[in-house]
Design a protein around this ligand. Structure first.
Ligand SMILES: Cc1cc2nc3c(=O)[nH]c(=O)nc-3n(C[C@H](O)[C@H](O)[C@H](O)COP(=O)(O)O)c2cc1C
Length: 366
């Protein structure tokens, strides 16, 4: 059989990504919030390490906060201090010690008005009040997300502080040995909320028009890119639409990605939603792929797609029909950290680089 497209390499600047099956960033809510806030630990090593040994080509580590107030929950990972660099270094070293060429990126993030919440599996749910270890959140305006606490509308100095925090986190990510960075511009978190006309109703230079709403995310891209070596790729995750005005949002997203590409973004990771609790969204297999495909037709950088891609044949079809350049696997990879090996088997292809984890074949019976 000819080599599946899923297993073709992709070059991003000086990074060769061994194939087109990647791991989508997924919060683990597993830091010790009291004794080592934001520091990745054994849980993260086993979680990310199993994906690296399982055959993923590029693993994007979870939304990692650029500052303590940028955490979604008190148990998120961070990159705002040097102890966190050491924690991450242990993980990047493990990934690079494998001889299968696995690469690892980190998603740097600020949760904005959706910060200071309990992990989804916690009994309490919702906003963590200050007396339980929560904090005052920040947003484009003081409008809350659903029943979360109201954020403080960010002043100019808060905005400049966030840009500096993204730059420092990028420098720490480079020091921690990551192969690439992803900026989190999706799901209603800070940068996504600034991009969204539903949320960003500011009338100053950081809102008021498409131009104004793009200003903070573009400034973050510039600041982050300055801290990165030239050969290191920068990925940007966006919510292509909030599902209320799909066509209008897609035009805005395309305009944004064209600008982002001029400023040194190398791949767009197309997700959706997160700014509105009432989004009329109907998830199903590959439900965001059409968004990726529409964006791919209008931009000059590779496009990743994500969302209920669970099967190797489904991934191969997406790539063969030119809807995207790569697939990010989320929950299916949590359920099966060796998803890539299963996908190869489904496509009749032997992954050469995952021994001793070989798919059982009668001819290599033990
Ligand atoms: C446990 C969990 C944590 C997640 N954390 C993040 C995150 O940190 N950053 C992000 O951009 N998306 C996050 N997501 C969304 C996933 O990256 C992915 O876009 C989504 O789950 C859809 O893909 P899937 O159907 O393959 O799981 C998370 C999803 C899950 C299930």
């Amino acid at each position: 059989m000819t080599k599946p497209m899923l297993f073709e390499p992709l070059q991003l600047r000086s990074l060769e990504v061994r194939h087109r099956g990647w791991v989508s960033p997924m919060c683990q809510y597993s830091c010790d919030a009291d004794n080592a806030p934001g520091v990745p630990n054994d849980w993260h090593l086993v979680h990310l390490g199993s994906l690296a040994t399982g055959g993923a080509a590029l693993i994007v580590a979870e939304a990692t906060a650029v500052s303590p107030v940028g955490r979604i929950s008190p148990r998120d990972t961070g990159l705002w201090n040097d102890a966190q660099i050491e924690g991450w270094r242990r993980i990047t070293d493990f990934v690079h010690a494998q001889d299968n060429g696995a690469k690892i990126a980190v998603q740097i993030a600020h949760a904005g008005r959706k910060a200071s919440t309990y992990p989804p599996f916690a009994e309490e749910g919702g906003y963590v009040p200050p007396e339980r270890g929560g904090w005052q959140t920040l947003g484009p305006t003081d409008a809350a997300f659903g029943n979360d606490a109201a954020p403080v509308a960010m002043a100019e100095e808060d905005i400049n502080g966030v840009i500096r925090d993204f730059a420092s986190a990028a420098a720490r990510a480079v020091a921690a040995g990551f192969d690439a960075l992803e900026i989190h511009g999706a799901h209603g978190y800070l940068l996504s909320s600034f991009l969204s006309p539903l949320v960003n109703t500011r009338s100053d230079a950081w809102g008021g028009s498409d131009e104004g709403r793009m200003r903070l995310p573009l400034a973050v891209i510039d600041a982050v890119r300055r801290e990165m070596p030239d050969g290191m790729p920068l990925l940007m995750r966006i919510s292509a639409t909030d599902w209320h005005d799909v066509e209008g949002d897609l035009l805005r997203s395309i305009e944004f990605i064209q600008r982002a590409q001029e400023r040194g973004v190398d791949l767009v990771d197309v997700s959706s939603g997160g700014n509105s609790r009432q989004a009329p969204i109907r998830p199903g297999p590959g439900y965001q792929t059409e968004l990726a495909s529409r964006i791919r037709a209008a931009v000059d950088i590779p496009v990743g797609t994500v969302g209920m891609i669970t099967d190797g044949r489904q991934a191969e079809l997406i790539l063969r029909t030119g809807q995207a350049d790569g697939v990010f696997i989320g929950r299916a990879a949590l359920a099966d950290p060796r998803w890539w090996q299963r996908a190869a088997h489904q496509l009749g292809y032997d992954l050469p680089w995952v021994p001793p984890y070989q798919w059982p074949q009668p001819q290599n019976a033990y």
